[in-house]
Design a protein around this ligand. Structure first.
Ligand code: BES
Ligand code: ZN
Ligand code: ZN
Length: 512
């Protein structure tokens, strides 16, 4: 069984006017600067409000809605042909991180839509968050992300009906034409949605084979070529590191390579993802077992990269792109790898295992050297929920980036991140940290000599040993793959973080 669970159908479009939409909710997004002591300051807002029978002015006059960031107020819409309710949403003052904030407004609107069980929603207003097509596109992503829910596997008839009822959003009367951007955003949102469905799926459903099969189908449909290598093949190929980690699991390891190769490509990039469908820690068992909770998300990197390539292909970006996912499970049994084992990787380099819970870097050693040696991309970008230390450093607020072998890659990634509102922060890659993983009876140890010191950088320095000196950026998404707390992301569950970033990096690299 490889079908993804159902999600609520959503359509998002732009329309000329509010008139005759008969929406369940008319959302008016406005900024603090649009109001002045309870009066509408902006003539565009006055015009809009005349179509809404003065509902905005009436609410504003009460002065309990001042358009503060994410504040809201609701009233009846006096003009039935336009809608039933008017919901004001505050865009606050002039603020930074606009793309992420636009998305956050979308998340907020989606929350209200669920509260009112609305099926038809008009969105309009004078907020700066509606002033450019890019921001409107981000808001639409927020709508999609906010509507998303991983469904109960045992839905009641009523819940199923609710889930199957579509919701239609229309952005009305935008000054910036947003049609093209909204179409592109739909492609991005589809990829984020599939990414999240895989992330949130329980580990007894989202096995390596399930993730591989779901994504193979998506990738083929998008016209990509797909290769899936199973355990036997991987052993033959010399994936000694990945196969050691997979040893303790009854679920077969899967190595997935998808490729998008447009004829107009001048450059190439590979996105590589850690795909641990469950990480118990292995014999270095995660204790207390509460630390195992959430480790189904340890395959987030794999879900991100595969879904990113699907979107990049649908958007027809002029760059050759590989998506590489190393999928397996870190479990305990008689065939599981041990502390003390020495593993021979695809690169030929050897690894001494000193902690079976530092398994991500072991799996990635094979994936990265295969990518560098066999696929030979110009640039490698890799996503992994690699270290708990990343959460100590940046909380759940951003991903750490570690870039190697390039003067420009760090900037490229940072700029892309800013464009799409997915936070990254550069982390140290000092040589001394690399000394920490130098081995004695093997080439490298899988943990540093100084326990707990600069843990995320230690992981990065280990990984860079396997990229054959290619321009490489390691993105540690341990804090943001799920439970993301930064602006513009849903809390608690999966985030789909990284899909937009990858697309934007591909866009930037294609233009270089
Ligand atoms: N998947 C974990 C990292 C992780 C921890 C991600 C918490 C998200 C939340 C990884 O495989 C791991 O266990 N890393 C160890 C490395 C250590 C043994 C050097 C860690 O961070 O403790
Ligand atoms: Zn681990
Ligand atoms: Zn892990």
């Amino acid at each position: 069984m490889t079908a993804l669970p159902p999600v609520k159908p959503v359509t998002i479009q732009a329309t000329q006017t509010l008139a005759n939409q008969a929406a369940d909710i008319v959302v008016v997004v406005l900024d603090e600067t649009d109001l002045d002591h309870g009066k509408l300051k902006n003539s565009d807002l006055n015009n809009l409000d005349s179509q809404l029978g003065g509902a905005v002015a009436a609410l504003a006059a009460l002065k309990d809605f001042e358009a503060k960031w994410l504040s809201s107020a609701v009233t009846l819409c006096p003009v039935a042909a336009v809608g039933k309710r008017v919901l004001l949403v505050g865009g606050g003052k002039k603020v930074d991180e606009k793309p992420a904030r636009a998305r956050q407004i979308g998340l907020k609107i989606a929350e209200e839509v669920a509260r009112f069980k609305a099926g038809k929603v008009s969105i309009c207003g004078t907020s700066t968050f509606l002033s450019t097509a890019e921001l409107v596109a981000q808001m639409s992503l927020g709508l999609r992300m906010g509507v998303y829910k991983y469904p109960n596997s045992n839905l009641s008839a009523e819940a199923r009906k609710e889930l199957e009822t579509p919701v239609a959003f229309s952005f009305s009367g935008l000054s910036a034409g947003a049609d093209a951007q909204l179409k592109q955003a739909t492609v991005v949102a589809d990829s984020i949605e599939t990414c999240r469905l895989l992330q949130d799926a329980p580990p007894n459903v989202a096995t390596p084979a399930y993730v591989a099969n779901v994504m193979a189908e998506k990738a083929r449909t998008a016209g990509l070529s797909v290769q899936i290598y199973g355990a036997e093949k991987l052993r033959q190929m010399g994936f000694g590191a990945m196969m050691a980690v997979a040893g303790g699991s009854a679920n077969e390891a899967q190595f997935v390579v998808v490729e998008y190769a447009p004829t107009n490509a001048k450059k190439s990039v590979a996105f590589v993802g850690k795909g641990l469908t469950m990480d118990t820690g292995g014999y270095s068992l995660k204790t207390p077992s509460t630390h195992q909770v959430g480790m189904k998300y340890d395959m987030s990197g794999a879900a991100v990269v595969l879904n990113s390539v699907v979107a990049i292909a649908k958007l027809q970006l002029p760059i050759r792109v590989f998506g590489v996912a190393a999928l397996c499970e870190n479990m305990v049994d008689a065939h599981a790898y041990r502390v003390g084992d020495v593993l021979t990787t695809y690169s030929g380099k050897t690894i001494e295992v000193l902690n079976t819970d530092a398994e991500g870097r072991i799996v990635l050693s094979d994936a990265l050297s295969y990518t560098a040696k066999d696929l030979k991309p110009d640039t490698i970008i890799e996503y992994s929920t690699l270290t708990g230390a990343m959460i100590s450093a940046l909380g759940h607020l951003g991903a750490g980036i570690f870039s190697f072998n390039s003067e420009s890659l760090e900037k490229t990634v940072m700029n892309a991140a800013q464009q799409v509102g997915e936070r990254v922060w550069p982390m140290p890659t000092w040589d001394e940290i690399g000394e920490d993983v130098k081995g004695t009876i093997a080439d490298v140890n899988n943990i540093g000599a100084t326990a707990g010191a600069a843990g995320s950088s230690v992981g990065a320095m280990f990984l860079k040993e396997f990229v054959e000196n290619k321009p490489y950026c390691h993105v540690d998404i341990a804090g943001v793959a799920n439970g993301n707390m930064s602006v513009g992301f849903p809390r608690k569950i999966s985030s789909g973080y990284g899909v937009q970033l990858s697309i934007e990096i591909a866009r930037a690299l294609s233009a270089n």
